[in-house]
Design a protein around this ligand. Structure first.
Ligand SMILES: Cc1cc2nc3c(=O)[nH]c(=O)nc-3n(C[C@H](O)[C@H](O)[C@H](O)COP(=O)(O)OP(=O)(O)OC[C@H]3O[C@@H](n4cnc5c(N)ncnc54)[C@H](O)[C@@H]3O)c2cc1C
Length: 480
């Protein structure tokens, strides 16, 4: 099937459609990609989620973050006296987050980044103060803005989705782009996340392109003149003026290229040790949260991304276990039950419930194997969820647990890293995949890189493909 880590399948539990990779479409909504390619004409229909987030707590408390900043502030003010703090946080970082988004939509170079930052009056704060925040761990920045530990926890847990923990210096941009959630929203393609890549396939084919899903490339062909000549697939040479590799950079640069052309830097790419796992559940009944007995509140709760995380320390504890090679014993969860807004995902009356948890190492301490411990770790996810929605276990009619080894085996995500390479400053912007190869062009003429291994990294955004396309078109024009 098409799509890699953006795909939806009905092959696991009859009548239920499970995403196999990314589910929350956030960053792509801030790009012109969908409109430029006309994907809405090929079956892509986005459903906007509102509330964006729902944060329940075991003491019976809960809050939502709405698409509207005003509504969110009103609620946080009523509940915690934190409305002004939320507004200040959004206002302080809105210009910065917009600038970051603009940087994502460009080929990264110090000049481009510098120009965009200058043009975009990149923060509302004096630059020295802003820089201090940007260089900090996001857990500390959340604690600076909010007194209420529950708000700190929810925002930090969302920031943790790219991988780095709340204590990581220079990790704060993962929190500081929070204003973008209000701006672009969070959406779901009707029919499942994979409808994005299905629409892309239809669009390509409609324009005379061909898409092969059963033809793995075994080598990139390079001629004696150092120029790519195409690819080798299933024993056949397919010639081309240009090859654009969306494969993992480690595959492209250390396996598919002929040995003489493999750059030494590619051997040092940091793939990390996995970080997340996801339990996909098919339920016979909708989720019923303990904190939302009212049906309308419960529908809102099922709509937004459920941020099930009691505190920042809780994320830290899970990360501590991960560092010692053990799967988190009490993982914070993101709960997704999108059948609340899309009835094509489950049979009438049923529900899909997807629980993403962190942190889970690919390589386990003491020689433990995922094949052996997978079922008991999956059970932990349900144990945690039961604390927020008791009785859920009784409604499970089918499941799929995607642990880091599953992600590598089935989706080719090396060491279970859903972002391909670690999303830390040493491998971001001009340094993704490594310094000197961040412009989508490679040392082999006619070979280009794209995808999560390149700027701006993993996640459903399309920005890397769009940036790379610009570079390829320019290069082909020159050739002509
Ligand atoms: C479980 C999970 C949950 C996620 N949740 C979210 C989310 O909610 N929101 C979000 O924004 N992001 C999320 N992500 C991350 C996001 O989905 C990925 O970062 C992104 O889809 C990567 O896309 P890509 O095309 O760059 O790479 P990939 O999806 O890895 O695609 C690479 C493609 O190359 C193909 N390929 C590999 N080797 C060869 C070969 N030799 N020949 C031919 N083809 C080859 C693969 O089959 C695959 O189709 C999630 C990912 C996972 C796995």
């Amino acid at each position: 099937m098409v799509g890699g880590a953006v795909a939806t399948s009905d092959a696991y539990v009859p009548g239920y459609r499970f995403d196999l990779g990314g589910s929350a479409h956030i960053l792509i909504r801030l790009t012109p990609v969908v409109e430029e390619l006309g994907l809405q004409d090929y079956g892509l229909e986005y459903i906007d989620l509102d509330p964006l987030f729902f944060a329940p707590f075991e003491d019976g408390d809960h809050f939502t973050i709405r698409r509207s900043v005003d509504e969110t502030c009103d609620q946080l003010e009523r509940q915690y006296g934190e409305g002004d703090a939320y507004r200040r946080f959004i206002n302080d970082w809105k210009p910065f987050s917009n600038t970051v988004k603009d940087v994502f939509l460009q080929t990264p170079s110090p000049l481009n980044i510098g120009r965009t930052m200058r043009r975009g009056t990149s923060t509302a704060l004096p630059w020295k103060e802003a820089l201090q925040f940007i260089l900090r761990p996001y857990g500390e920045v959340a604690a600076h803005y909010f007194r209420e530990p529950k708000i700190r926890a929810a925002l930090s847990w969302m920031a943790a989705q790219s991988g780095p923990p709340p204590s990581e210096p220079m990790g704060s941009p993962f929190l500081l782009w929070h204003p973008l959630y209000h701006e672009g929203g969070i959406a779901r393609p009707r029919g499942g996340s994979g409808m994005l890549t299905v629409a892309l396939r239809r669009m390509i084919e409609d324009h005379g392109g061909m898409v092969f899903t059963d033809t793995p490339v075994s080598a990139i062909l390079v001629g004696n003149n150092g120029r790519t000549e195409g690819v080798q697939a299933l024993g056949e040479a397919i010639t081309a003026r240009a090859v654009v590799a969306g494969t993992h950079a480690v595959d492209t640069l250390t396996c598919l290229l002929p040995e003489a052309f493999r750059p030494p830097e590619a051997r040092n790419l940091r793939v990390g040790n996995g970080f997340g796992a996801i339990l996909r559940l098919a339920l016979s009944k909708p989720v019923q949260y303990a904190v939302t007995p009212d049906p309308a509140d419960n529908l809102a709760a099922r709509t937004g991304l459920g941020l099930l995380c009691p505190s920042i320390e809780h994320i830290g504890a899970a990360y501590g276990e991960y560092l010692s090679g053990r799967p988190a014993s009490d993982p914070p969860l993101v709960a997704m039950s999108f059948s609340a807004v899309d009835d094509s995902l489950a049979p009438p009356g049923g529900e899909v419930l997807w629980l993403w948890g962190q942190y889970f190492p690919y390589e386990l301490a003491g020689g433990a194997s995922w094949d052996a411990i997978g079922p008991s770790v999956a059970d932990r996810f349900l144990d945690v969820f039961e604390r927020y929605a008791p009785g859920t276990r009784d409604n499970v009619v089918g499941s799929l647990f995607q642990h880091p080894l599953w992600l590598e085996r089935e989706l080719g995500l090396r060491r279970g890293n859903v972002m391909h390479l670690e999303m830390t400053l040493d491998q971001m912007f001009c340094a993704r995949p490594f310094l000197g190869m961040s412009g989508y062009q490679t040392h082999v003429k006619g070979l280009f890189l794209t995808g999560a291994s390149t700027h701006p990294g993993g996640g459903i955004m399309g920005a890397s493909g769009r940036n790379a396309a610009g570079v390829v078109l320019k290069a082909l024009d020159k050739l002509r």
